[in-house]
Each structure stands twice: as C-alpha cells, then as structure tokens.
Design a protein around this ligand. Structure first.
Ligand code: BG6
Length: 290
C-alpha cells in the first residue's frame, strides 16, 4: 500500500485506503451515515449501503479484481464508447475508462457527515473527473472535457448494478413513456405504458430524459430511487440464464439477484462536445419505502 495515499487522502477512521484481497487499492468508507467502497481501478464505486440497510449495489462473487479487466458489479463507468467499439472490433467493450487506473484528486468530510471523493483520468485528449458523495444517499457525477482541438462525440454510461433479493419480484418504474431500442432484436419499440418486469434476457436502451426511476425490490419491500442528471438515455439489462452461464466473471444464478439500470448518454443520445467543451452526467441513489 502506498503510505502516501492513506496519509494524503484518508479521513480518520471514516475513509481508509487499503489493499483489497485481490491486491488492488480501494477506499473504504464507514461513517454514521453509510458504508461504501471505491476502487482506483475504473474509478469504480463497488459498494454502498446506508447504515441499517442492505446493500444497494450488487457485486458479483465471481468478479475479477485485476488490472485491465472491469469489476462486475457496483457502478462501472463506460466511456468513451458503449458496447463494442464502432469501428475496431478488438477494442475493449464499453471503452477504456472502466479498466484504467484513476488518480485520487481530493477527499473532504462535509459538515453533515458526507464524504466527498474526487478522482480523475486523462486519456486520448479526454479529461474525466468523477465526484462521489457518500452520505445517506450516493451521488456520482462525471465531468467530461474534450481537450482536443476539434468537436468530438462520445458515449457515457454509469452502468449501475442494483442488488435484488429476487429479480422475479422486481420492477423498474419510470420509463413507461419512453420508446426503447431492444438490443436483442434490433427493433425500436414504442412506449409500453407499463413498468418493466424481468422474465427473460433484457437488453434495452430507453431514450429521453426522466426525472426519477424506481427500482422496486418486491421481496424486500424496498425501492431505490434513481435521480439522473443530464442523462438522455437509460439502459436496462439482465443477462438471464444462458448469458449468465457464458459470462466467466458472473455466477450462473446471480442474474436472480441484480438488474442494471444505467444512467447514460449512448447511441442516438450520445454526447457531442465542442473543442475545449465540458459535459456533466450524474445520478443520485436513495432509498424509500414503496
Ligand atoms: C449492458 C449492455 O450495458 O452491459 C449489454 O447493454 C452487455 O449488451 C452488458 O452485455 C454487460 O457488458 P460487459 O461488457 O460488462 O459484459
């Protein structure tokens, strides 16, 4: 463990930097408000739970925790492309941000007990800054600067894995009025007018901005509220049975205990940023009773 990291960015016993069992460095938060953790690999929030509550984020027991591969669960940051690279078939899916080592920029303890963490990453003339706020709620905000001398497009997804007691009793509410692209059939479908339930492999990109999305865990009788900011698309994903079996870093039965609802700007809603311009996309997660 580089002693300087803890010395420079630790906050008494509320934010401690230590090596994870894998050897990767992570920041571990224990406060009267919440517990959480984040990795420098991918600038990745791996866990979050308000005190007295069960974890909000799913983290696979089979995840790789190694440099160059993404962590399966938590909130991977997909950037600057989403899914396969548009023209280079050998390039890593979902871009380079989730497998890069981010740099610690600052940590702050606020008066209300919230811990704020800032991380940065620069590559290919993109400058990213992530702000994480661990309180009773979790806030994640990514600022993207196009440092190139020409306007450029990029995709961004905060690929949030929600922990569910049982996906069969879960529903996602808030996207009923949005059309979506079904990535499995390639078809664009009109608004369904209904909450999303999971009964098979699901891989969809909903278009349009919404103020709130609710991930309702029927078995736990709890609802997580997502408040996206500057998000013009939302990806909803569950691999279901066969795809789970094909994924080496995911348990065969783990699809039962998660769904992804991703705060995004992807596909037709990708970002277009002028030379030197900046764009910010974020989310807040909180818990409410249904
Ligand atoms: C989702 C995509 O966001 O991520 C799916 O819509 C993809 O198509 C899933 O399978 C997981 O991707 P990965 O690269 O983390 O296995």
């Amino acid at each position: 463990m580089p002693p300087s990291l803890s010395a420079k960015f630790g906050i008494d016993d509320r934010l401690v930097f230590k090596a994870h069992a894998s050897g990767l460095m992570h920041g571990v938060i224990h406060t009267p408000l919440c517990q959480g953790s984040f990795f420098l690999l991918g600038g990745h929030v791996a866990s979050f739970q308000p005190v007295g509550e069960e974890p909000l984020l799913f983290l696979s027991k089979h995840s790789n925790f190694q440099l160059g591969t993404p962590i399966r669960g938590g909130i991977p940051i997909c950037f600057p492309w989403f899914g396969p690279h548009p023209s280079e078939p050998t390039a890593a899916a979902h871009g380079w941000a989730r497998t890069a080592l981010w740099e610690m920029l600052s940590t702050t303890a606020e008066d209300d007990g919230t811990i704020t963490v800032k991380l940065g990453l620069e590559n290919d003339e993109w400058q990213l800054q992530s702000t994480l706020r661990f309180g009773r709620t979790l806030e994640l905000s990514i600022a993207v600067v196009n440092a190139a001398s020409m306007p450029r497009e990029c995709e961004l997804a905060l690929h949030t894995y929600f922990d569910l007691a049982d996906v069969h009793t879960a529903r996602v509410v808030g996207l009923e009025a949005q059309p979506h692209l079904d990535k499995l059939s390639g078809k664009t479908l009109p608004p369904s007018g209904q909450a999303i339930r999971f009964t098979q492999e699901t891989d969809r990109i909903y278009s349009g901005s919404v103020q709130e999305i609710y991930v309702v865990d029927g078995q736990r009788d709890r609802t997580v509220v997502i408040r996206p900011s500057n998000s013009r698309s939302t990806v909803v994903w569950n691999p279901w049975i066969e795809k789970s079996q094909r994924m080496p870093d995911f348990g065969d039965d783990e699809y039962r205990h998660m769904c992804c609802v991703e705060t995004a700007n992807v596909a037709d809603q990708r970002l277009s940023i002028p030379a030197g311009g900046r764009s910010r996309t974020g989310l807040t997660l909180s818990l409410t009773s249904p």
